[in-house]
Design a protein around this ligand. Structure first.
Ligand code: PEP
Ligand code: MG
Length: 751
């Protein structure tokens, strides 16, 4: 059964569109299960009914004409019960509803399973038999497994089909994702395709078919030459079997049927890249679906060959693409590097199919004040290059081809935001102080030079977290000590005499350096942050030396260590910092030893906060990671983003515990996770006694306005109440109501 399951899923994955997907399902399931009938019903959102969309065995003329409401007939019952219905005699069931058009009176045995995607019943998969018999447990389990696997593919195919139809009529289409960075962006999509990836070549039409055919033929010729040359060069190092691979590549390129298929699609006005990618992917899938493992393994070769030719196509085109005036960057998995390539004045928003609000690219987006939607899983992103978009970063929604009316609505939200920003402008010069005179340091998190200007304009009193990995991410090798010194100097100078907290390199997890790949099954629990740099003292020492050299004459540097999970790591890192300091003093630098602090972002550090506090000059809670580790929710996984609650009661208890233990250990305690930049979260942190709240510059005015409007004594009563609550949703609502009660509704997201 596993073999059939896999081959059906692979075939379905290779299908071009929704009708092809459904056709493969009904045809193959009927064949594999030896049934008389297999049908698929899909939900029609307009009529809220389930419509017969494909069948083998029922009257084909009934397709599109049989509609069942939830609860109506057997299919409707599968929908409402959200579980399979398996009947020996369908006609004897009280819910049985006979549709003469289908001709189904000939069939007795019925098995229907729901197709569920993101907790929604997308459709029902049904098999039927003429004789009276119950499908056995194995058959039922098979259909359930298949439905679960097909749900995502069907959802994606539906979205793509809807978009293609809408594209022709230029009708508005809405997609949902996760609200990752607040604000609204109205602009034009610019797709970032990773180099030479067949699966992400944007769908695009060409204007000049002859030129595109020429481009394609030239790319084939170049690829052929390249493969021959490489084969020649490696001849002596390869055995016979390995050499055969090069011959196989060449003969595939010489295979005229592939060239004909691609040329046909180009003649239908597809670009050469897209036509090549489509054809090669179909071949890849055909190989993947083969039962013989030798042929299955060849799929990787075909994919590799496809990527090579694609690279040549790209090289020839050499299109230095112009970014639209209002660029909304869209990609399968956006990276900080892709973001940095767009001129800042043109970039207005971001959309990523993968990732969540806590991914690093989302954090950078917030820091830059760019509205962003992450985890837009159903978005057929490769088909929307150059299209008009509206990104609603408050709700995590995205509109393709927005209607004039929708645009007007969003234009007015943008105007409201500008108005709010203008109203908060005057706060820049005022201190972060509550109405009853309690002072809280409001600092900023930075990473890019662009953050500096925004931060100073908004009245930042210091930097609570400078993410040094950002300049590392934007290069193709480790920056040298001198290069680092220059970058750090810029930060320190820009903020002097205000303190700047520089975090030592925190790579690993989802922050991968292209030139220092870390391959792990479980990267967030793996070689991350301080673990990497303690294992590579040459990197750590170089960085710390660069920071200290950069601070000469300014003395506003603080060094912070990420991912500390116990005293031993802190002590080992301290030794290296002290060594670097001693070396620099010996070398003649006039520097003072900077304060040394740690991040509290691993649960073990919460329980050792007191011991750690006694050994450091300051502590800062990294609530983004602390939340993910306490709740066991990957901060980067959009599937479980709904389980990620920075205001979870367990997180709030941990946060209270850290500040209490830190103060007992006579050290100042700050927080630099995203929670600090949330007006509601800031109220609780103020009440807990946090000395420093460090956030992105965008949120700073909102948080300052909030703190200046409350008295600390009142927030302590609020905290008391909140700490008795048991679920995060209740806490979130309580905080929102509290802010509304203070007349601060404007600081919440617009309705
Ligand atoms: C955190 O984990 O809260 C934090 C500030 O660090 P980062 O988001 O860079 O992991
Ligand atoms: Mg962290």
């Amino acid at each position: 059964m596993l073999g059939s399951l896999r081959s059906i899923v692979q075939e379905v994955n290779a299908a071009r569109d929704l009708p092809a997907v459904l056709d493969i399902i009904v045809h193959r399931v009927r064949e594999v299960m030896h049934t008389k009938v297999c049908s698929v019903y899909l939900r029609d959102n307009h009529s809220d009914t389930y419509v017969l969309m494909a069948t083998r065995g029922l009257n084909p003329d009934a397709v599109g004409h049989v509609h069942l409401a939830p609860g109506e007939g057997l299919v409707g019952n599968v929908v409402t019960r959200e579980e399979p219905i398996n009947l020996e005699r369908a006609e004897a069931h009280p819910a049985y509803h006979y549709f003469p058009a289908t001709g189904e009176e000939r069939f007795s045995a019925f098995l229907g399973t729901p197709i569920i995607h993101h907790r929604q019943v997308l459709g029902v998969l049904v098999v039927q038999q003429a004789e009276q018999r119950r499908f056995d447990e194995g058959e039922e389990a098979f259909l359930v497994t298949l439905s679960a696997q097909l749900a995502g593919v069907i959802a994606h195919a539906e979205a793509t089909g809807a978009l293609a139809a809408i594209g022709q009529q230029r009708r508005e289409a809405k997609f949902s994702g996760l609200a990752a960075s607040p604000g609204v962006a109205i602009g034009r999509a610019h797709i970032v395709a990773p180099p030479a990836n067949l699966a992400t070549v944007p769908f695009a039409c060409c204007m000049d078919v002859d030129a595109e055919l020429e481009l394609f033929n030239q790319a084939l010729a170049n690829a052929r030459t390249e493969i021959r040359e490489v084969g020649e060069r490696l001849k002596g190092d390869l055995n016979r079997e390995e050499r055969a691979l090069f011959d196989a590549y060449i003969s595939m390129l010489d295979d005229s049927s592939i060239a004909v298929e691609v040329s046909d699609r180009i003649r239908q006005q597809l670009t050469a890249s897209r036509a090549w990618a489509e054809v090669m992917l179909e071949h890849v899938r055909r190989f993947e679906a083969m039962s013989d493992s030798y042929f299955r393994d060849r799929a990787a070769d075909v994919r590799d060959l496809g990527a090579r030719v694609l690279m040549h196509l790209r090289q020839q085109q050499q299109i230095e693409r112009d970014y639209p005036e209002k660029t909304i960057l869209v990609g399968e998995e956006l990276t900080a590097a892709a973001l940095a390539q767009v001129p800042r004045e043109k970039l207005v928003g971001l959309v990523s199919v993968k990732g969540s609000a806590n991914s690093h690219v989302a954090i950078i987006a917030r820091a830059m004040g760019l509205p962003a939607v992450m985890g837009a899983q159903e978005l057929p992103f490769e088909r929307i290059d150059g299209e008009d978009l509206v990104v609603d970063g408050y709700r995590g929604e995205l509109f393709v081809h927005p209607s004039p009316e929708l645009r007007r609505r969003y234009d007015s939200i943008v105007e409201e935001e500008r108005e709010l920003a203008r109203n908060l402008d005057h706060l820049a010069s005022l201190p972060g102080e509550t109405a009853d005179g309690h002072r809280v340091r409001l600092w900023v998190n930075t990473g890019l030079m662009a953050d500096v200007v925004r931060s100073l304009e908004r009245g930042a009193e210091g930097v609570g977290l400078y993410r040094t990995e950002v300049p590392f991410l934007l290069r193709d090798r480790f920056p040298s000590e001198e290069e680092q010194r220059e970058i750090y100097r810029e930060q320190l100078e820009a903020f002097a005499p205000r303190p700047v907290t520089m975090r030592t390199l925190d790579i690993g997890g989802d922050k991968a350096l292209a030139y220092f790949p870390i391959e792990e099954t479980n990267p967030f629990l793996g070689w991350r942050g301080i673990r990497v740099t303690l294992d590579h003292p040459e990197i750590f020492l170089g960085q710390v030396r660069a920071m200290m050299k950069a601070s000469e004459g300014l003395d506003n540097l603080r060094i912070m260590l990420p991912m500390i999970s116990g005293v031993a790591e802190l002590e080992a890192a301290r030794k290296l910092v002290e060594r670097a300091y001693a070396e620099l003093v010996d070398e003649g630098f006039k520097i003072t030893m900077p304060p040394l602090g740690i991040m509290i972002e691993v649960p073990s550090a919460v329980y050792q906060a007191r011991e750690l506090a006694e050994r450091v000059d300051f502590m800062s809670v990294g609530s983004n990671d602390l939340t993910q580790y306490l709740l066991a929710v990957d901060r980067n996984n959009s599937r479980v983003a709904g389980n990620y609650h920075a205001l979870h009661p367990a997180v709030l208890r941990a946060l209270s515990e850290v500040v209490r233990a830190g103060h007992e250990g006579h050290t100042k305690v700050g927080i630099c996770g995203e929670l600090a930049g949330d007006p509601g979260g800031a109220l609780l942190l103020l009440a807990m006694g946090y000395d420093v709240l460090s956030m992105n510059a965008t949120n700073l005015p909102r948080v300052k306005a909030t703190l200046r409007a409350v008295s600390r004594a009142d927030t302590q009563r609020l905290l008391e109440r909140v700490l008795h609550m048991q679920c995060p949703e209740e806490i979130e609502t309580t905080l929102q109501d509290y802010l509304k009660g203070l007349g601060l509704k404007a600081l919440l997201q617009p309705q």
